[in-house]
Design a protein around this ligand. Structure first.
Ligand code: C2O
Ligand code: CU
Length: 491
């Protein structure tokens, strides 16, 4: 009996150590001494056939997050993160990406509807020194999308070193709406990452929690530690992106003020939704509009979360964690902002009534539906031009989320009920705490490419790298999926 007791105590002690190691709070401790960096808008040129062309170079460099301390990092066109790309619906775009790293990588357009060969997933690897130039026509509503590497097994490392950026889409209808839209002025990019410094270096993985992946002990916005931003308008739109590799946040304000959620991952809601918290797991975005009072300082905070499902997850992923993320400093006199429009987007996601089939996805850290990722295997074959209902379930005892490439889907149900307001807009990534089942309606508009799959996966990148990922191909009716091949050759 006593040997067992001692062993149990030892194991319990180890878990306690792991748990407490992941619980942190920066509330009340940030000094907000650094002006927020705003990622520059990427320059582009328009070539003879009207294509908007961007240039991105992936490179290694050094970043001074704290004065006098140089940290080795990766970035696009700079030492950390990347410029903000912007394009309009209907535009043809091409991005020339040069891999200036000493290792292979790839660049995926998270949230973008585009041909599988342009998707930048596992099959579009870019060798060191090589250039890859994917091109497509933007054919989806205005949205806050993003780009990041997707190399098999090392995505977490590449993203954590700094390879991520925003890709903003506009459309005619949205451009006319009375929403704050002056980039960097009343329309602010807010890329949130958690970090931990280890002797001046970005933690190289020593703090990976075996269950969820890397968890840092403080946050940065747009690569700025302890950031503040001066604002001069009554209404401020924050484009929140959770670019952390494992951590989930619940954003809100300490004084409990409500804000208006205007957009989710894939674009505008039908109408603004007032709320006090918005929860974002890795990869998810939310656009919120907050009202400022003249002269005040307001902190964007991430609050403790109570929906992790059980004690294990709460302790592992931060049930008591809270972060002071960004301070907004309002000018003594504010420019008047027009009231938010009562009607925003026109939904383009399917409602599921015309679904031709259902599929079932069981999320486990060891794999999806009992299988770990295999690049040579296409797991699901869907027919171009059809709608499907995917039921996604997490009963694994730890937090997961679910991201599908190429589509924006609609959440039909969460545990048998109608989705809450924060899940009523177009989504490409959803958080599934333990014990959650969601029904999603997805429409696959092609183009068909039986040999080149898209991915679906958990966006806790450590899980993804470990194999919580599968592949689906879009084919013409009656056609069969082929054998996955790499197509990093569309120059
Ligand atoms: Cu944001 Cu498959 O990725
Ligand atoms: Cu996961």
């Amino acid at each position: 009996g006593s040997v067992v007791t001692v062993a149990a105590l030892a194991v319990g002690g180890l878990f306690t150590w792991l748990w407490t190691g992941s619980q942190v709070s920066t509330v009340g401790e940030e000094r907000f001494g650094n002006r927020l960096a705003i990622p520059p808008l990427a320059k582009s040129s328009v070539d003879e056939d009207g294509t908007r062309v961007f240039d991105l170079r992936m490179r290694a460099g050094e970043t001074e997050f704290e004065p006098g301390r140089r940290t080795p990092t990766y970035g696009f066109n700079g030492s950390y993160l990347g410029p903000t790309l912007r394009a309009e619906r209907g535009e043809k775009v091409r991005v020339r990406i040069e891999n200036g790293l000493g290792e292979a990588s790839s660049v995926h357009w998270h949230g973008m509807h585009l041909p599988a060969r342009m998707d930048g997933g596992l099959h579009q690897s870019i060798a060191p020194g090589a250039t890859w130039s994917p091109h497509w026509t933007v054919d989806q509503p205005a949205a806050t999308l993003w780009y990041h590497p997707h190399p098999h097994g090392v995505t977490e490392q590449h993203v954590r070193k700094g390879l991520a950026g925003l890709f903003l889409l506009g459309d005619e209808r949205t451009d006319r709406l009375a929403l704050p839209k002056k980039y960097g002025v009343d329309d602010l990019p807010v890329i949130v990452q958690d970090v931990r410094f280890d002797d001046g270096e970005l933690d190289g993985g020593r703090n990976i929690m075996q269950s969820v992946g890397f968890l840092g002990d403080r946050t940065m916005v747009n690569g700025t530690l302890s950031p503040y931003q001066e604002v001069g308008d009554e209404l401020i739109r924050l484009r929140l992106l959770n670019a952390s590799t494992a951590r989930t946040y619940a954003f809100g304000f300490p004084d409990g003020r409500s804000f208006s959620l205007v957009a989710t991952d894939g674009g505008l809601l039908e109408r603004p939704a007032a709320m006090e918290r918005v929860q974002l797991s890795p990869g998810e975005r939310a656009e919120i509009v907050v009202r400022m009072r003249a002269g005040e300082r307001v902190v964007l905070r991430s609050f403790p979360q109570d929906n992790y499902g059980d004690v294990w997850q709460r302790r592992f992923a931060g049930g008591d964690d809270s972060f002071d993320v960004l301070e907004l400093r309002a000018a003594g006199r504010l420019r008047t902002s027009p009231a938010l429009p009562a009607a925003l987007g026109e939904p383009e996601t399917p409602d599921g009534t015309d679904a031709v089939r259902g599929r079932y996805f069981d999320l486990k850290r060891s794999g999806i539906n009992g299988r770990a990722m295999d690049m040579g295997r296409i797991d699901e074959t869907v027919t171009r031009g059809t709608t499907e209902v995917w039921t996604v379930r997490n009963a694994d005892g730890m937090p997961h989320n679910f991201h599908v490439h190429d589509v924006q889907f609609r959440v039909m149900e969460v545990n048998g009920s109608a989705p809450p307001p924060a899940l009523r807009g177009p989504k490409d990534t959803v958080f599934l705490p333990n014990g959650t089942t969601m029904k999603l309606a997805l429409r696959f508009d092609g183009p068909a490419d039986p040999d080149t799959p898209y991915m679906y996966h958990c966006h806790l990148l450590y899980h993804e790298d470990e194999g919580m990922m599968g592949q689906f191909a879009v084919v013409e009716k009656g056609e069969r999926a082929g054998t996955p091949t790499g197509h990093a050759d569309d120059h």
